[in-house]
Design a protein around this ligand. Sequence first.
Ligand code: PLP
Length: 363
Amino acid sequence: EQRQRAYNFNAGPAALPLEVLERAQSEFVEFAGTGMSIMEMSHRGGVYEGVHNEAKSLMKELLNIPAGYDVLFMQGGASTQFAMIPLNLLAPGKVGAYVNTGSWATKAIQEAQLVGEIQVVASSEADKFMSIPSLSDLQLPEQAAYLHLTSNETIEGTQFHAYPDTGNVPLIVDMSSDILCRPIDVSQFGMIYAGAQKNLGPSGVTVVIAKEELIATSPKTIPTMMRYSTAYKNNSLYNTPPSFSIYMVKLVLEWIKEQGGLSALQVANEYKAQLLYNAIDNSDGFYRGCAEQNSRSIMNVTFRLATEELEKAFAAQAEQAGFIGLKGHRSVGGLRASIYNAVPRSSCEALVQFMEDFRLKNG
Ligand code: PLP
C-alpha cells in the first residue's frame, strides 16, 4: 500500500508531480529495454541524446518559442547565471540595468557588480520589497546592455504580472520560481533562465532560453564553461550534462502537456492561489498577506500572524498535520506556502481547512 504523500509546500526543491515520480520509478533501473538506467548511459549515445533533444523540443513547444531562440541546459543553478550574464553580455563601457524587487534580484545585482558597471533603474526597497515597482516610465541608461529583472520573488512572494517593453535593449528575466506557471510571449525577452528545482524538475540543471544573437558569440577572455557560446555550439553537450535531471525535466514537460499546457496550468495555479489569498483576506485580520494585492505571487503565498509566537505554533502544528515547508524564509520570517505547478489543488484545500481550524482555536 502506498504511503500518503505529504502536503508539500516547499519553496525549492519543491513538489514534483506524482505521475512523474512514478514514471521515473518504473524506468529507473532499466530504461527502454537498454539494460541500463538513463543515468548509467553515455551522454554521447543515441538513447540519451534522444531524451536530451526531446526535453529541448518540448520546452520549445510548450512555451511556443519562436525561431531565432535556443534552449540551453546549464549547471551551477540560477546563481551561476547571475555571474554569467554580465560576464558574457556586459562589454566594457556598457551598463547592466537591474530592477531590484527583493532577495533574489539583490543577489543578481551583487554578483553583477563584481563583474562590471551596473545601475539599479527601479526598486521597491522603500516598500520593503512587498510590491513590484511600476516600470511605466522606466528610463534605461543609454549604454544599457540589458535590463534584468526577477519575475517572481520566491522569498517575498511578489510577481510581475506584465513585463516592460525595453525596445532594442534585451530583457533578461530570472524565472526560477515561476517559469511555465502561465503562458508568456517569449519574443518579449532576450533571455529567460531558471533553476529547475521549482517548476521544471529536480535541482542540478538550469534552463536558459535565449535569442541566438546573445549566446552565439561570447568573449574569449572568460573561461570556456562560463561562455554561453560553449553550450550553444555544442547543444549543451560540451561536457557531461546533468543527464538524470534533464531526463526528469523531460518527464515534467510531458506531464505539463498532458495537463493541457500552460493555459490550463495558469487556470489551475490562479485557482489555487485564490483559495489561499481568500483564506487570508477573509480571516478578519488573523492572517495578513505580506505582498501588496496587485503584486501577489501565484507561486509563493506569504503571510503573517499577529505574533512570531503564533507563527511558530502555526508552523509546528501544520507540520504535525502533514503540511511541509510553510515556514517563511529565514531572512524574512512569517509563513509561506509555495504552490508550484505540481502542488495539487487538494493540498491547497486541505491547507485552507487547516488555516480555518487554527484560526478558530487561536483567534
Ligand atoms: N532566483 C530565484 C528567483 C530563486 O527562487 C532561486 C532559488 O533557489 C534562485 C534564483 C537561486 O537558484 P539556484 O539555487 O538554482 O542557484
